[in-house]
Design a protein around this ligand. Structure first.
Ligand code: AMP
Ligand code: GLY
Length: 430
């Protein structure tokens, strides 16, 4: 088979790395890819958002399967465009990907099917939103309904912050059209966890649970990033609890979509908050999570391509995935200044010693090769994933690998996985 992976971050390197292991696969292309995918795939300089050029490329190169990394092309209909030309593509259609493309849609769908979530109101008028906010308790959460590259959620601690946020989004149009509609929702307290499932619209095949670390500094301080690290599985959502999430959240949502004539094929990512009394949905994404997938995939002992094909063909009910019993931890190495302003083009050193190592994998995100040197080319540069027979061991393996790698300005969180250790202890003492 000839496979195309769309995107160029750590998630896409992970997908390319895993797809390359499939006996079904002969050639892999990655658009645009990065310095890591270059080693196992053919990087092709086409942007992930350029659906027309991607379609042309897939036709010309007789691609048998396209796997889409980022949300934007899915929300903009890449799947419909490929299917229109009878090309096989893994990812939801436009009318299914709206579950990520419109938070207002997702919230109303959850309400219709009775899924637990934060209480909310939707607004398309700034004045009405502010009048409503004046009567609320703080903190409160304000979200741009559309896609805002992960930056569209603001937690306002008082009415002044809230008014400024509404003004910024709706009047100054900070997120453009994505902020035409906003959601104001209840602030939930608890521990966050992600559950990703493959689905063919009816059956689901869950991945291991995982936990992202969105804020830039240790102990969840500082501004949000694209994700500074992840580990899997997350003890806060064990197999039994994940089963409940599937029964009470995932299946009702899929059946609600089906009732409205929408069959969801692809990955469905549920961002969850485990509160003291319940598990509630924070958001749905229509794609693999990044960096979560960098911790999940190294633990997957089955052929991912086979599972993706079964999902595409509506055969997921009889699919199985075997998981490694251990744990994996991914620590993201970021450029100095990220997530605000950062420089690129710094030489990365220390990667050679990892070639052939079984328990450490380097997933590239913002890297590029230039004249034989590996340079930084983005905010998140590398994901270092280490494995172990348990979480503690995986943390140790990962951080001892991190210590070998350097580039000017490099920074990373030192506490990835720590929440999992705390949770394990509290479960043991129960
Ligand atoms: P989302 O894009 O909806 O996942 O939001 C991004 C981040 O904002 C989440 O990962 C949470 O950390 C935080 N967040 C979103 N909604 C809420 C909420 N209702 N209560 C508390 N935190 C939230
Ligand atoms: N890890 C968060 C995301 O993929 O949206």
């Amino acid at each position: 088979m000839r496979v195309l992976v769309v995107g160029g971050g750590g998630r896409e390197h992970t997908l390319v790395w895993k797809i390359a292991k499939s006996p079904l696969v002969d050639d892999i292309f990655c658009t645009p890819g990065n310095g890591g995918t270059e080693e196992i795939a053919n990087n092709i300089e086409i942007k992930a958002e350029d659906i027309g050029s991607l379609l042309q490329f897939a036709k010309k190169e007789r691609i048998d399967l396209t796997v889409v990394g980022p949300e934007a092309p899915l929300v903009n209909g890449i799947t419909d465009a490929f299917k229109g030309e009878e090309l096989n593509i893994f990812g939801p259609s436009k009318d299914a990907a709206i579950i990520e493309g419109s938070k207002a849609f997702a919230k109303k769908l959850m309400k219709r099917v009775g899924v637990q979530q934060a209480g909310f109101q939707e607004f398309s008028d700034a004045k009405n939103a502010i009048t409503y906010l004046r009567e609320q308790h703080f903190p409160i959460v304000i979200k741009a309904s559309g896609l805002a590259a992960g930056k569209g959620v603001i937690i306002a601690n008082n009415i002044d912050e809230a008014e400024k946020t509404v003004h910024d989004i709706m009047v100054n149009k900070r997120f453009g059209k994505a902020g035409t509609i906003i959601i104001i929702e209840e602030f939930l307290k608890g521990e966050e966890v992600s559950l990703l499932v493959l689905t063919d619209g009816e059956a689901v095949l869950p991945f291991l649970s995982s936990q992202d670390h969105k804020q830039v500094y240790d102990n969840d301080r500082g501004p949000n990033t694209g994700g500074m690290g992840a580990y899997a599985p997350a003890p806060v959502l064990n197999k039994e609890e994940a089963g409940k999430v599937i029964d009470r959240i995932i299946l009702p949502v899929l059946s609600g979509l089906r009732k409205e004539g929408v069959s969801y094929t692809g990955v469905l990512y549920a961002g969850l908050m485990i509160t003291d009394d319940d598990t509630k949905v924070l958001e749905f994404n229509c794609r693999f999570g990044d960096p979560e997938i960098q911790a999940i995939m190294p633990l997957c002992n089955s052929d991912l391509v086979e599972a993706l094909l079964m999902s595409l063909n509506g055969e997921l009910k009889s699919a199985r995935i075997e998981w490694n019993d251990g744990s994996a931890v991914c620590v993201v190495l970021a450029s100095g200044g990220y997530p605000v302003k950062y420089e690129k083009g710094k030489e990365i050193e220390g990667l050679e010693s990892f070639k052939g190592k079984e328990n450490v994998i380097l997933f590239h995100a913002g890297t590029k090769k230039e004249n034989g040197r590996l340079l930084t080319a983005g905010g998140r540069v590398l994901g270092v994933t280490g494995m172990g027979s348990n979480l503690k061991e995986a943390i140790e393996t990962t951080y001892s690998a991190v210590r070998e790698i350097t580039f000017e300005g490099m920074h990373f969180r030192k506490d990835i996985g720590r929440k999992g250790l705390v949770r394990e202890k509290s479960l043991l003492s129960k």
